[in-house]
Design a protein around this ligand. Structure first.
Ligand SMILES: Cc1ncc(COP(=O)(O)O)c(C=O)c1O
Length: 437
C-alpha cells in the first residue's frame, strides 16, 4: 500500500475510533493496521505541540493566516536548503515529480482526480483565474450574493467588464443567526433567470460565519439545468470550509472550488488549489500561461494540445516559492493523519462551546447560527456599546487574538481550530463576560 493511501486509510480508521489515543490498532473491518511510522500525536495536546505558536497568547484567528506544523516546517526547510545550495539543479531534478506529488496529495484529500486541480498561491489567485477565465458573453448573467468576500466581488466585476456579462445579487438571509439551508437555496433559485450561466457563492461567509448548503444548492442547480440549453455552473469560494468540514469534491458537487491552503489546512503560506470538475473544463480559459510540462511541450509541438488537462492548462506558470509549494504534501498528510472527520468534530465542538458561552452573556449578540449544519469555525458577534475594533483591542490586552470581519457590516470574530483547547475557549468566554461598553 502506498504511503498516502496508508495515511488516508489510517485517518479514516482514526476518525472511527476514540480520540483519547489516536493510534488505533484495528480498522473498522477488524483488520489490523500496520503503521509504517510512529503516530505523530495521540491527543489534541500533541497536535498543538506540532506548532511553534506561543503559549502566552490564545490564538483564535488562524483562519486568516496559519502557523505551520512541524512536518510542514521540516519540509520547507529541507527544500529551502537544497534550493539555496543549488537552485537550478534542485529545481530541474524535482519540479516535474514534486508538482505531480502535490497534486496527487491534494486529490486524495479532496476526493477528485489530480488533473482537476490547478495549484495556485491563494484563494484570491484561484478565484481571479476562474472568474476572469470564464467563457461568458454579454448575453450571460452571473448570479451572486451580498455575503461574498471582496475578492469574489472584484473578480466578478472584472469578469463582467471583460465579457459584457451582467451581475445580479441576492441576499440569502437578513438575520444571519436565523439563516436556514432551505431559505438560502430557495432565494438563490428565485434569483436564477434564463440568462444565468454562473452562480458564484462562498461556502462559509467570513462576514457572518454562515455556511451555505453547497450540495443542496448544487442539487437545485442540477434540477434547473435539466430543461436548459446552456447549463449553469456553480463556482465556490471554499476557503473557510476547507480543512474544517469533512467534505470531498464529489459530495460538494460544485463545478469550481477555490481555496487557499494557508488557513484551515495549516499549509505553507502562499499556497492554494483551484478545482474544476472534468465536465466543466470547457467553461474556463487560462489567463496565466502555464509552465506545466505537457503544456510547454504542446507549445513546442511535442504534445497534442487536445490532450491537455485542466491542471496542465490552468496552473499559473512562472517560478514559484517551491519550498512552500512542495511542502503542501506534508500539510495534506498532516490533516489526513489526524483524520478529516476528527478535525471536523473537534472544530465544531470548540465552536459550539464558544457559541454556548456567548449566548449566555447578556451584552453579547451572536451573529453566527448555532446550528452546525449552517455554521463552521467562524464565530461572529458584537458587544453592546463597543465597536468590533475596540473589542479586538481589549481582547488583545487579555492575550486573546481575535479579528474584525473586514466588511461594510463588521463584527468581532473568534475562530477556534485544532490548535486550541477547551480551557482557551473558556478564557475567551470569561473575558467577554467582563467586557462592557
Ligand atoms: C471568504 C474569503 N475568501 C478569500 C479570502 C482570501 O484568501 P487568500 O488569502 O487565500 O487569498 C478570505 C480572507 O480571509 C476570505 O475570508
Amino acid at each position: 500500500m502506498d504511503r498516502r493511501k496508508f495515511l488516508f486509510n489510517s485517518g479514516l480508521a482514526i476518525s472511527a475510533g476514540a480520540w483519547s489515543g489516536c493510534n488505533p490498532k484495528e480498522s473498522e473491518s477488524g483488520h489490523s493496521i500496520v503503521h509504517e511510522e510512529p503516530a505523530l500525536f495521540e491527543t489534541w495536546d500533541d497536535v498543538r505541540k506540532q506548532f511553534l505558536l506561543t503559549n502566552d497568547k490564545i490564538h483564535m484567528s488562524q483562519m486568516l493566516l496559519a502557523s505551520h506544523p512541524k512536518p510542514v516546517r521540516d519540509a520547507i526547510n529541507k527544500h529551502r536548503k537544497a534550493l539555496d545550495e543549488n537552485p537550478v539543479a534542485y529545481w530541474e531534478g524535482n519540479f516535474l515529480a514534486m508538482d505531480n506529488k502535490v497534486r496527487q496529495a491534494a486529490s486524495v484529500y479532496m476526493g477528485c482526480d489530480p488533473s482537476e486541480i490547478a495549484l495556485t498561491d491563494s484563494t484570491t489567485m484561484g478565484l481571479s483565474m476562474l472568474y476572469s477565465g470564464l467563457r461568458l458573453t454579454k448575453e450571460d448573467e452571473i448570479l451572486t450574493t451580498t455575503h461574498d468576500h471582496y475578492v469574489t466581488e472584484k473578480g466578478l466585476e472584472f469578469a463582467c467588464a471583460k465579457t459584457g456579462a451582467t451581475l445580479r445579487r441576492v441576499s440569502l438571509y437578513t438575520d444571519p443567526a436565523k439563516a436556514t439551508a432551505d431559505e438560502m437555496t430557495s432565494i438563490l433559485k428565485k434569483g436564477i433567470t434564463n440568462r444565468t450561466r454562473i452562480v458564484a457563492i462562498t461556502y462559509v461567509h467570513s462576514s457572518t460565519g454562515v455556511k451555505a448548503p453547497i450540495n443542496q444548492i448544487a442539487a437545485m442547480i442540477k434540477d434547473v439545468n435539466l430543461g436548459r440549453k446552456n447549463r449553469i455552473y456553480l463556482c465556490v469560494d471554499g476557503v473557510h470550509g476547507f480543512g474544517i468540514e469533512d467534505i470531498t469534491m464529489q459530495n460538494m458537487e460544485c463545478d469550481f472550488f477555490s481555496a487557499g491552503t494557508h488557513k484551515w489546512i495549516f499549509g505553507p503560506r502562499g499556497t492554494g488549489v483551484l478545482y474544476a470538475k472534468k465536465d466543466a473544463w470547457n467553461m474556463i480559459e487560462p489567463i496565466v500561461p502555464s509552465f506545466e510540462y505537457n503544456t510547454y511541450n504542446a507549445w513546442l509541438d511535442l504534445f497534442p494540445s487536445d490532450k491537455l488537462t485542466f491542471a496542465d492548462r490552468c496552473s499559473p506558470g512562472g517560478f514559484h516559492s517551491f519550498e512552500h509549494r512542495w511542502a503542501l504534501i506534508e500539510a495534506f498528510d498532516f490533516q489526513l493523519k489526524i483524520g478529516k472527520a476528527k478535525v471536523q468534530e473537534r472544530s465544531h465542538t470548540l465552536s459550539a462551546q464558544l457559541k454556548d458561552g456567548l449566548t449566555s452573556i447578556s451584552h453579547v449578540r451572536l451573529i453566527t447560527p448555532i446550528d452546525k449544519r449552517i455554521s463552521a469555525g467562524i464565530n461572529c458577534f458584537e458587544i453592546q456599546g463597543m465597536t468590533p475594533e475596540e473589542v479586538v483591542k481589549k481582547l488583545l490586552l487579555k492575550h486573546i487574538i481575535a479579528s474584525v470581519s473586514p466588511y461594510k457590516s463588521s463584527y468581532v470574530r473568534l475562530t477556534p481550530s485544532i490548535v486550541n483547547k477547551e480551557e482557551e475557549v473558556l478564557t475567551c468566554i470569561k473575558e467577554l463576560e467582563q467586557l462592557k461598553g
